[in-house]
Design a protein around this ligand. Structure first.
Ligand SMILES: [Zn+2]
Length: 286
């Protein structure tokens, strides 16, 4: 429990909010591991390759570096001094829309990613947005606001557009996977976790008694705008059934069907894509 203890102190000293946040270890997987049978009920052993589990594992040691942002809700960075992660639900932190209807988001990828495979996975993840939405990530030239992709401690992102370069951390050991790239960039585009939705209590039950001490805030609700889309267990933004569990018992239980599969997404769901298109008012989707 040392990492949790260290992080709690870190947060308490920095901004006097309740101690919280972070996740766990790291692992690698191959492309064939991406194939998951979505019909089966998830057990704790079967969740190793979901975005949720990858992020939680990779964030085990988050919070040890004082030069990195405060991270809450598992993998959402917040500017020091903010009491809550800004949900950015509507417009203030959207990326601007071009006159041709596309939303251009400049990015920089750190040269820390020395392996061609790493850049390939990251750039490939960025390009998936162009395939199904009007969002176009492109290499930054001189734009003021941009996504600054670096290998820092774990996987995390701010929610929505910030001013100037905003870090999206994709640690080389554990975060360089399609699902995680999409998950963190969805945060940067303005989206929160599915289980944080304002209406989540109609779709999942949070089992507080099974949550690791200090991690309860990962399950806070956010005053989200849901864009007329239903709750989606298959969203790449849905954390797993066992997220932040202290006892291998579920922390997020789908209701009314307790056996529904949740948090196993290995890529954006059709609903994730629809939400991007609605938030950014993409007119024509290819
Ligand atoms: Zn997240």
């Amino acid at each position: 429990m040392a990492p949790v203890f260290v992080l709690t102190i870190f947060i308490a000293v920095l901004c006097s909010v309740q101690g919280r946040s972070t996740g766990k270890a790291s692992l690698e997987r191959s492309e064939e591991d991406m194939e998951i049978d979505s019909t089966r009920t998830n057990s704790i052993e079967e969740e190793d390759f979901s975005a949720s589990t990858l992020i939680e594992k990779a964030n085990r040691n988050l919070g040890k570096r004082l030069d990195e942002p405060l991270v809450m809700f598992g993998d959402i960075a917040v500017n020091t001094g903010f009491m809550n992660a800004d949900p950015c639900t509507a417009h203030t932190c959207k990326w601007p829309k071009s006159s041709n209807g596309n939303v251009y988001v400049p990015y920089v990828i750190s040269n820390q990613y020395s392996a061609p495979r790493e850049r390939s996975v990251i750039e490939g993840g960025l390009q998936t947005f162009a395939a199904s939405t009007c969002v176009r990530f492109f290499p930054r030239t001189n734009q003021r606001d941009f996504v600054d992709i670096q290998s820092l401690s774990g996987c995390y992102s701010y929610v929505g557009r910030q001013k100037n370069g905003q870090v999206v951390s994709l640690n080389r050991n554990g975060c360089v996977h399609l699902s995680v790239v999409q998950h963190e960039l969805l945060h940067a585009l303005g989206f929160n976790h599915e289980h944080s939705r304002i209406d989540r209590d109609s779709h999942v039950q949070i089992l507080t008694q099974n949550i690791l001490p200090g991690m309860e805030s990962n399950f806070d609700k956010v005053d989200t705008i849901n864009l007329g889309t239903p709750y989606d267990y298959n969203s790449v933004m849905q954390y797993s059934r066992f997220a932040f569990s202290k006892n291998n018992q579920p922390t997020i239980l789908p209701i009314p069907d307790n056996n529904a599969v949740i948090g196993q997404a290995t890529q954006m769901s059709p609903m994730d894509i629809l939400r991007i298109n609605r938030l950014y008012k993409c007119v024509q989707v290819d």
